[in-house]
Write a protein that binds this ligand. Structure first.
Ligand SMILES: O=C(O)CCC(=O)C(=O)O
Length: 294
C-alpha cells in the first residue's frame, strides 16, 4: 500500500467510497482556482458551448454560467500534471492495482445559486467493462457541505445490480430511484474541506442536487480503471486503434482483458440528444432533483 491504510481499503471494498481529507496544499488549490478562473472568463460573450466549456441552460453571453470544463487534462497543463501525480494515482493504485488507464476527466462547476443537479446513476451503466475495477477520483475544490450540492452515494450499492438507465426506449443515463428500491434518506454526502479527495466505485449509485446555496461546489473528476478492464461492446468508451487506447495509460502496463462475473447493461439505443450527462439525463421522466429556474 502506498497511501491508504488496510482499514481504508476494506472500507472502500465494503461501502464503495472513501473521502481522504486535505490532500492538496493551499498553494495547489490556489493554482487550480486560478486555472478555473481563466476558463470561466472565456465564457463571457459565448452563445453556445465549446470543446472545453459546457454551459448551463440559463447561461447568457452577458451573464456567463459554466456547468462543466470538459476534458480539462487535454488542454490544461495544470489539470494534466495533477492527474499524473501521486496525489491522484497512489490511492487508485492501492485500490485497483498498479496498471491504470484513464477513462475521462471533467470539472463539474456547480456554481452558487444555480449549479445543475446530476440525477442518480452508476458510471458503469455508461461504460460497462469486463471487470469492475473502475473508479472515479474527485478533487474537492471548495469546502463541501450539505448545502452546496455534495456528491451523494448509496453505500454498498456497488455490490448490487446495474439498474435500468433507460426511459422511453433510450439510454438516459439516470435511474428511477424509487422504482429501484432506494430511499434518498439513506444516501451519504461525501463532504470535506477544499483540497480533500473523494473516491467512488464505478458501480455505486450516486448523484447530487442543484446548488441553491451561496457557495460554489466544484469537483474535478479523474475517472480510471485497471488496465485489464476493457470496454464491453456498446460501452460509451470509444477508441480507434490500440495506440489510441494505450495512449490513455496513466501508469504501469497495458494488459489483456480480465473477464469477471460482473453485471452489465448496454447504454443503447443511444440518447437522441446531447453528449454530456446533463443533456442525456433530460430524457428521464422520474427526476429526483429540482432543475434551475434560470
Ligand atoms: O458533479 C456531481 O455532483 C456528479 C458528477 C457525476 O456523477 C458525473 O458527472 O458523472
Amino acid at each position: 500500500m502506498e497511501v491508504l491504510s488496510p482499514e481504508q481499503k476494506a472500507g472502500f471494498d465494503r461501502d464503495g467510497y472513501l473521502v481522504l481529507e486535505r490532500r492538496l496544499s493551499a498553494a495547489q488549490l490556489a493554482t487550480l482556482h486560478a486555472e478555473i478562473d481563466r476558463y470561466t472568463e472565456q465564457a463571457r460573450g459565448l452563445t453556445e458551448g465549446t470543446d472545453a466549456l459546457d454551459l448551463e441552460d440559463s447561461h447568457r453571453p452577458d451573464a456567463p454560467r459554466v456547468r462543466r470544463i470538459k476534458l480539462p487534462h487535454t488542454h490544461s497543463e495544470v489539470f494534466r500534471d495533477l492527474m499524473t501525480s501521486d496525489t491522484i494515482l497512489a490511492p487508485a493504485r492501492d485500490l485497483i492495482g498498479p496498471d491504470l488507464r484513464l477513462h475521462t476527466t471533467k470539472l463539474n462547476m456547480k456554481e452558487a445559486g444555480h449549479g445543475a443537479a446530476v440525477e442518480w446513476h452508476q458510471d458503469f451503466a455508461f461504460y460497462p467493462h469486463t471487470n469492475d475495477d473502475v473508479l472515479a477520483i474527485g478533487v474537492i475544490l471548495d469546502d463541501m457541505g450539505a448545502e452546496n450540492g455534495p456528491l451523494m452515494v448509496f453505500p454498498g450499492s456497488h455490490k448490487g445490480p446495474i439498474h435500468d438507465h433507460h426511459d422511453s426506449g433510450f439510454f438516459v443515463g439516470a435511474m428511477d430511484l424509487a422504482r429501484d428500491g432506494y430511499d434518498m434518506a439513506d444516501a451519504v454526502p461525501l463532504m470535506g474541506p477544499a483540497g480533500s479527495i473523494s473516491i467512488h466505485h464505478g458501480r455505486i449509485v450516486h448523484g447530487s442536487a442543484l446548488n441553491t446555496s451561496t457557495r460554489a461546489r466544484r469537483i474535478l473528476f479523474y475517472e480510471m480503471m485497471a488496465a485489464d478492464a476493457w470496454p464491453v461492446m456498446g460501452s460509451m468508451t470509444k477508441f480507434s486503434t490500440l495506440e489510441d487506447y494505450d495512449s490513455r495509460m496513466l501508469c504501469g502496463q497495458s494488459r489483456q482483458p480480465r473477464l469477471a462475473d460482473v453485471p452489465v447493461r448496454i447504454p443503447l439505443p443511444a440518447p437522441p440528444i446531447g453528449k454530456t450527462i446533463y443533456e442525456i439525463q433530460k430524457g428521464l421522466t422520474a427526476r429526483s432533483f429540482d432543475t434551475a429556474k434560470g
